[in-house]
Design a protein around this ligand. Structure first.
Ligand code: SF4
Length: 231
């Protein structure tokens, strides 16, 4: 690895161990700074708008100590696919023998396709933020067609991935979730759709009231497999 690559700082923090984030794997989570969205409920504003704290050298020094102890690395953030060095980072992580899971909002379909084609990612968790009519309101980004390009590409490739939506009852209701479910079904998504509740913290990007109403599960269309997380 070249010195200028090793000196770059794009990592905000590392969660050193998790069994929850990548099913059936012992993993760590790398939290990359910066994001191309500004989701109302985002509790990672320090990561989204902050600067890197750890250098790539510190990152790889840590990963080398985990060889034989962990089998996977989760790349999260922020939005890790906007990191200009994401391909090289994945190459170096793969060199150490780890599997890679990527958490993404899906707005970088070309990078994700490259990572898949180069066998530099093993699993993707894709956030379906909102139906078209609420996408910009919630994410402050209007490029939903890029998200759909990613979704269709993953379905076409039959790549291992999951789709998930975080719900704040003030932002999304049962009709919105059903609209997403119908869209996933129309696109022939064959995996499980994960619905997870927003967990209240004070420091969100938009100042949101605490979660106020549980989703009425009986109103949710079950045309595809659905899993309610943390509910
Ligand atoms: S919740 Fe939204 S703003 Fe926050 S890191 Fe994820 S995509 Fe970016």
């Amino acid at each position: 690895m070249k010195n200028n690559f090793l000196a770059k700082k794009s990592v905000y923090d590392i969660t050193k161990f998790t069994t929850l984030d990548y099913k059936d794997h012992l993993a760590c989570i790398i939290w990359f700074v910066k994001c191309n969205m500004r989701c109302s409920y985002c509790y990672n504003s320090k990561i989204v708008e902050g600067e890197g704290v750890l250098s790539n050298k510190e990152l790889f020094d840590f990963l080398k100590t985990r060889i034989g102890k962990l089998d996977a690395v989760v790349l999260s953030g922020g939005e890790c696919t906007i990191n200009p060095d994401i391909v090289e980072l994945c190459e170096e992580i793969k060199e150490l023998g780890f599997k890679i899971k990527i958490d993404t909002n899906g707005l970088n379909p070309d990078i994700l396709r490259d990572l898949i084609d180069f066998s530099l990612v093993d699993f993707i968790a894709l956030d379906y933020k909102a139906p078209s009519e609420k996408f910009k309101l919630i994410t402050k980004n209007s490029s939903i067609e890029k998200f759909f390009k990613t979704l269709d590409m993953l379905i076409d490739k039959k790549f291992p991935f999951e789709v998930r939506t975080t719900i704040h009852s003030g932002l999304l209701d049962e009709d919105d979730i059903n609209s997403i479910i119908i869209d996933l079904n129309n696109r022939r998504y064959e995996g499980t759709y994960y619905i997870q509740n927003y967990l209240h913290v004070e420091d969100t990007i938009d100042k949101l009231p605490e979660f106020s109403r549980a989703m009425n599960k009986s109103l949710i269309n079950n045309v595809i497999p659905i899993d309610f997380r943390n509910q």
